[in-house]
Design a protein around this ligand. Structure first.
Ligand code: NAD
Ligand code: USQ
Length: 405
């Protein structure tokens, strides 16, 4: 297949591009490299030394013999270039990773809120309009988030996207299927909730074939392909805005920094290893919806864990100390989470779960590149409200905190 990977320079997009190229697909990465600019804005860099995207593609060609093409296009701002590219290249599938994906970054200031909404909603909407305008019947696979469901304890498993409800009408009770009600916990998660409505509309109005993958928190860094050459290494975010919780704990343990648990660490979240992310996308591509079918929604996660349990696991494994910190986020202090993921299991996913070996592999990588860590960039500084900001004053090592943006 000819596949466009939008956001293919990112943490999930790069290993997905390699995985699909390795399977013999023709891969075209489209990216505006905004994530690299955000690193510059925040004064931080990936823990692992990433080469330019052109250099990464050159090394992949040398290592595998396969070509990955790169196109510098901003989905949100360059509608006509995107439309013309799709019209000329007519990919069979489009994988859409290209959004601002950090909840803390989306909450730093009014500017960051506005940027996140402008970027994410315009990127998704421009793509849908361009597909309709060019008559492109490609399978659109979008990376959504488990966070659209929210994290209040419901006491029942979260279904895959849709909920059967009954509505009282004068003629009696009527059954109906609706999108599971969204309850986003940040401006970033809100954009993913809005994306769902865009997909629903264009599937119903124009027959666009969409699969929306509600992904949990991705952990790990290596995949079978990124391991093949040091310069194919994946991005690794450890900082307070982009680093996600488990990878942060593993990196913190590696540099002898206290594990930064928010509040009591009672938040339960869904997780998936990066190797399973790339495998799930391969599986989703093989299971495209038919024209006119409703949007397919899969929960892309393999297990759930409570944040403090993860901290205790990493502390036991590495001897790290745990710091319980004021939570900068507005979120339930404790929640239960049960999630259905029957779709991917049915398609043959054999989940990778938290194994000591894989956790240790991440710690080893973090130790190898520990000299690249700026300790000042480790704490989470972005607070959801002014009240919460007033409580987030000092980092776990006792130093005063300040935002860089
Ligand atoms: P990332 O920030 O590493 O990668 C996103 C890529 O998209 C970057 O290379 C960036 O430059 C590009 N991009 C952003 N806006 C763009 C635009 N307007 N035009 C062109 N390119 C643009 O993020 P990631 O961790 O790889 O996440 C990829 C997707 O998966 C995101 O949509 C995210 O919401 C979703 N997701 C990620 C996780 C996770 O834990 N990393 C979990 C669930 C869902
Ligand atoms: N947390 C800590 N300490 C930290 C960092 C985080 O206790 O140092 C807590 C947070 O308060 C939160 C939980 O860990 O309760 C998860 O935070 P996170 O930053 O790992 O994940 P999140 O903000 O939800 O976002 C990440 C990705 C996002 C994706 C989402 C999937 O950045 O792109 O959509 O995971 S999900 O969480 O399932 O919605």
């Amino acid at each position: 297949m000819k596949i466009a990977v939008l956001g293919g320079d990112g943490f999930c997009g790069w290993p997905t591009s390699l995985h699909l190229s390795n399977l013999g697909h023709e891969i075209h990465i489209i990216d505006n490299l905004s994530r690299r600019w955000i690193d510059t804005e925040l004064g931080v860099q990936s823990l692992t030394p990433m080469d330019s995207i052109q250099e990464r593609c050159r090394i992949w060609k040398e290592t595998s013999g396969e070509q990955i093409h790169f196109h510098l296009i901003d989905l949100a701002k360059e509608y006509y270039r995107l439309r013309d590219w799709l019209s000329e290249n007519r990919p069979d599938a489009v994988i859409h990773f290209a959004e601002q994906r950090a909840a803390p970054y989306s909450m730093i200031s009014d500017r960051h809120k506005i940027y996140t909404v402008d970027n994410n909603i315009n990127a998704t909407h421009n793509l849908l309009v361009a597909m309709v305008e060019t008559g492109l019947d490609a399978h659109l696979v979008h990376l959504g988030t488990m966070g659209v469901y929210g994290y209040s304890t419901v006491g029942a498993p979260i279904p895959e996207g849709y909920l059967d409800v009954s509505i009282d009408t004068p003629g009696g009770s009527k059954g109906m299927e609706i999108l599971y009600p969204t309850r986003p916990g940040s401006v970033y998660h809100m954009t993913k909730s809005l994306d769902q409505i865009l997909f629903q509309f264009y599937a119903q109005n124009d027959g666009v074939r969409v699969t929306d993958l509600h992904q949990g928190i991705v952990w790990g860094t290596n995949t079978d392909q990124t391991k093949r050459h040091p310069q194919l290494v994946n991005r690794f975010d450890y900082d307070g805005d982009y680093g996600t919780v488990l990878n942060r704990f593993l990196a913190q343990a590696a540099i002898d920094y206290p594990l930064t648990v928010h509040g009591t660490g009672g938040q339960t979240r869904a997780f998936i290893h990066i190797q399973d992310t790339v495998r799930c996308i391969e599986l989703a591509l093989k299971d495209a919806p038919a024209k006119g079918e409703r949007v397919k929604i899969f929960n892309q996660m393999t297990e759930t864990h409570r944040v403090r349990d993860l901290a205790e696991l990493v502390a036991k494994m590495t001897g790290a100390r745990i710091a319980y910190l004021p939570n900068p986020r507005k979120e339930a202090p404790e929640n239960e989470l049960i999630v259905k993921n029957d779709n991917f299991l049915g398609l043959g996913l054999d989940p990778i779960t938290l194994q000591e070996g894989l956790l240790e592999e991440v710690v080893e990588i973090a130790k190898k590149f520990a000299h690249r860590v700026d300790r000042k960039r480790v704490p989470c500084v972005s607070a959801w409200t002014r009240d919460l900001a007033s409580r987030v004053e000092r980092d776990p090592e006792g130093k005063r905190l300040k935002s860089v943006s």
